[in-house]
Design a protein around this ligand. Structure first.
Ligand code: NDP
Ligand code: 2IT
Length: 450
């Protein structure tokens, strides 16, 4: 703990007592509270209103049983959750994650981060997250559909276009959102923007699929240009993961003149000195839903290495962690630094461990936290809600231009907040403070129930 303020120390101690053993949630809260010493000093009114004590507690946590029938006719049971974290500035909003590692700690950390991220987008969205400990790997199309339907049967009681609007995350893309939307519509007899990331035919937004990865690159482009008068042109890039975020980060970085030489999945990573052929990755990951090791069999000259952590030993100028939380530790951060990395921008949520972040900052690496640089996905989700409310849809170019503008604004707001609060260049502090202030003002104005 490195808080100067006695007040923050005591808030954090209470959080530790109340959430014992929830390591991811405690990690996320500590990282944010560490940014608040200058806020506590400058804004005694927010301390007085008890905003920080309230923010570290989710508004509502819903847990439910998801029973479904597999292809052999056997009944299977999973655990589902929705965490409605904070509704101060808009309806609850955030993704659904389907992965065996999902638990209350992981979803609380994600809901907490989402609250700040959504605030940074400038759009009216509160924070939420949900999911289940269901493993989509090896499941048939029918099993995925039946799981999503059963999950939605319970979830539908708690969501709504003006209440809580879920979307995708790990293990959930347009296919799963489609099954959830279909089930919601069947149960409620209404066609609304209750979920985002829908297929285009069901009212989805153009550019939602690309949004997180493209947004990440727009953010990096602005950060590089503003701080270093530099660009993606001619840079070597390493991207972990090979899912939705990683694929479209690769696409945009390549369009902007960079060469992406490595990508991964949870089993291992591929290195392709010539630059990864994204069409092959899309075929393996989006069409066949296969493993990345296939790439090395199909593309001569590329190499597959077992173990996903090894990707950080690949020499690069820009590293974009786009897989999952705590995928990049201190030792790996040091390796990146030793190999001359200049920029690390998070596409995933909390992919760098606290010691990795410390190493990047101590070595003057341009580092941006996920809640700022991966906000493009939820931003276009916000734009999807907007189009659904209007019963209208914008062109790809329109949405893409709005996304770019939002990412540029997020960078400058975070940069400005860091400077204003005495930590110029520290985007972790800037993003935490800028994200916090809007939510905090709203909570203060809305009062507390006596
Ligand atoms: P996908 O399910 O599409 O892809 C996830 C990728 O990360 C896969 O390559 C997966 O490999 C890998 N991965 C997942 N878990 C692990 C793990 N424990 N260790 C190593 N690799 C792992 O998810 P997304 O691309 O949508 O999400 C990636 C990250 O970005 C997450 O942190 C998510 O919260 C965040 N994010 C997503 C947004 C979105 O719009 N989708 C928006 C903002 C952030 P494998 O196939 O082997 O499991
Ligand atoms: O982490 C995230 O921002 C997401 N998974 C996207 C959430 C959304 O509502 O689009």
């Amino acid at each position: 703990m490195s808080f100067q303020s006695q007040y923050l120390r005591s808030v954090y101690q209470t959080v530790c007592q109340r959430n014992a053993g929830e390591s991811e949630f405690l990690q996320a809260v500590e990282e944010v509270l560490e940014s608040f010493d200058p806020v506590v000093e400058k804004r005694p009114d927010l301390v007085e209103a008890g905003i920080i004590e309230r923010l570290v507690e989710p508004e509502r946590l819903i847990q439910f049983r998801v029973s479904w029938v597999d292809d052999k006719g056997k009944v299977r049971v999973n655990r589902g959750w929705r965490i409605q974290y904070n509704s101060a500035i808009g309806p609850y909003k955030g993704g659904i994650r389907l992965h065996p590692s999902v638990n209350v700690s992981v979803l609380k950390f994600l809901g907490f981060e989402q609250t700040f991220k959504n605030s940074l987008t400038g759009l009216p969205m509160g924070g939420a997250k949900g999911g289940a400990d269901f493993d989509p790997k090896g499941k048939s199309e029918g099993e995925i559909m039946r799981f999503c339907q059963s999950f939605t049967t319970e979830l539908s009681k708690h969501i709504g276009a003006d209440t809580d609007v879920p979307a995708g995350d790990i293990g959930v893309g347009a296919r799963e959102i489609g099954y959830m939307f279909g089930q919601y519509k069947r149960l409620n007899n209404e066609f609304t923007g209750v979920l985002t990331g829908k297929s285009l035919q069901s009212g989805g937004s153009l550019a939602r699929k690309e949004a997180t990865g493209y947004g990440l690159c727009y953010f990096v482009q602005e950060m590089l240009s503003y701080i270093k008068k530099d660009s993606f042109e001619g840079k070597t890039v390493v991207i972990s993961g090979s899912g939705n975020v990683a694929i479209y980060a690769n696409e945009k970085a390549t369009q902007l003149g960079a060469k992406v030489v490595a990508m991964s999945d949870s089993n291992g990573y591929i290195y392709d000195e010539k630059g990864i052929d994204l069409a092959v990755i899309k075929q393996i990951k989006e069409v066949e839903r296969g493993r990345i090791k296939e790439y090395a069999k199909r593309v001569p000259g590329s190499v597959y290495t077992e173990g996903c952590g090894g990707i950080w030993s690949v020499k690069c100028d820009i590293a974009l962690p786009c897989a999952t939380q705590n995928e990049l530790n201190g030792e790996q951060a040091q390796q990146l630094v030793n190999n001359g990395v200049a920029v690390v921008a998070e596409g995933a949520n909390m992919p760098s461990t606290p010691d990795a972040v410390e190493i990047f900052q101590a070595n003057n690496i341009l580092f941006s936290p996920g809640k700022a640089s991966n906000a493009g996905g939820v931003s276009v989700s916000g734009l999807e809600m907007c189009q659904n409310s209007m019963r209208y849809s914008w062109s790809f170019e329109d949405v893409d231009a709005k996304l770019k503008n939002i990412m540029i604004n997020i960078f400058h707001n975070a940069y400005r907040a860091a400077e204003e609060y005495g930590h110029k260049g520290n985007l972790v502090m800037g993003a935490n403070i800028a994200g916090f202030l809007k939510v905090a003002e709203a909570m203060k104005w809305q009062g507390v129930a006596y």
